[in-house]
Design a protein around this ligand. Sequence first.
Ligand code: 4AD
Ligand code: MG
Length: 476
Amino acid sequence: MRRTKIKDLLAHGEIGAKVTVKGWVRTFRSNRFIALNDGSTINNLQAVVDFENTSEDLLKRLTTSAAVSIEGTILESQGKGQRIEIEVENLEILGDADPDEYPLQPKKHSLEFLREKAHLRPRTQVMSAVYRVRNALAYGIHKFFNEKGFVYMHTPIITGSDAEGAGETFRVSTIDPKNPPLGEDGEVDYKEDFFGKPVNLSVSGQLEAEVGAMALGDVYTFGPTFRAENSNTSRHLAEFWMIEPEMAFYDLVDNMDLAEEMIKYLIDYAMEQCPEDLEFLNQRYAQEEKTKPQNQRAELGLLERLKFVSDNNFERLTYTEAIEVLRRSKPFKKGKFKYPVEWGVDLSSEHERYLVEKEYKKPVILTDYPKEIKSFYMKQNEDGKTVAAMDVLFPGIGEIIGGSQREENLEKLVKRMEEMDVPQEELWWYLELRKFGTAPHSGFGLGFERIVLFVTGMGNIRDVIPFPRAPKSADF
Ligand code: 4AD
Ligand code: MG
């Protein structure tokens, strides 16, 4: 008999039907009740064993995380909160999980502990819920952009350029570090390397996405990006996924409108696709909040917050206005900010979070940043001081999106690259986009794990990606 997934069974299984289910034992109690999960849903199926007619040996092997195959008949359940259960007629252990050795118990483990068990943590309720929501968000992204006629574009992972110009790249090389080929100057000779020049893992697919936008109109990327920034925080990964739409003929306002529409769509899509997982995460979030001091607790629950963000306009203001707001704020006047607030500084997460969580109490889009603190490719404003940049800031997270209108004027772009020491030889093709049929265009990058963090209400970015990579941490 073909296996039925537990999600389908719980929703549509007909009383009296004979079915086969396969999954992992969550718990086995009173020598009778198996709570079975197969990953298709957060909910378990109750399978009732006829212990009098089952061998002692088999009963003993029904331990947490053992894999089993069950044939049985669907019955109406007497238990609370479940419509059906299954009466076990045939039980086969597919794989034992010795309880003396199996490291996870049905009890709640800390997320830190689970991180050390990245190969087993998807079997916990919380992680399986997070991974299903992550999946829904990934699918939602493709759905959103395809419904809008965007073309999904694959950009290279190995590149010769540092798109953000931040110098935080991972080098890719086949040179033996113990015996590198040396040039006449005594330096490593990259002409001997695999690609004949130094290359690295991409920090962003934006520059290649601009190539797509200048031909296909509206494109987006969705791929892994890599940053060797030494930020050991709950918001940073060395390997993260980024969504980068790039649109011809869009100005900064069009860009902001699209970013806001996309985020709201994704939140709605996750709520529609994953109601049970989000209900579970909502309760988890509420419990987490209770462990915090009263004055640090969030005002809204997780689901309330998602709905609020989906229903309300984001606040939009310029960087210059934000500096004024921050300088008028209580924490500034009382000297409570750790980092300085004056025109020209890069805002710290304490400032971003103040704006979002205290001043406006909603997502904020900041625009028109000083050109000195932003990348070379951003369109320069008339004032000569700022660029047409936008950052979308979110409660509990800070920056979730960074983007801009792009500089489409060849001379202005070249001048800016000279000022910022961005090598032009590597980017000759990027400059040719401005030489042949240049046009206004804009785009942005959404950090995928940051939106997963927000939607799931998890506190640490390492818990929303199956195998996190961070400084001194790539164990799986
Ligand atoms: O602001 P960033 O650096 O912008 C870019 O890379 C542009 N090329 C995007 C574009 O315009 N096409 O990064 C974009 C987003 C950030 O807002 C943040 O959400 C996420 O990527 N991000 C990270 N997420 C996890 N770990 C890191 N180390 C991240 N660095 C950036
Ligand atoms: Mg940024």
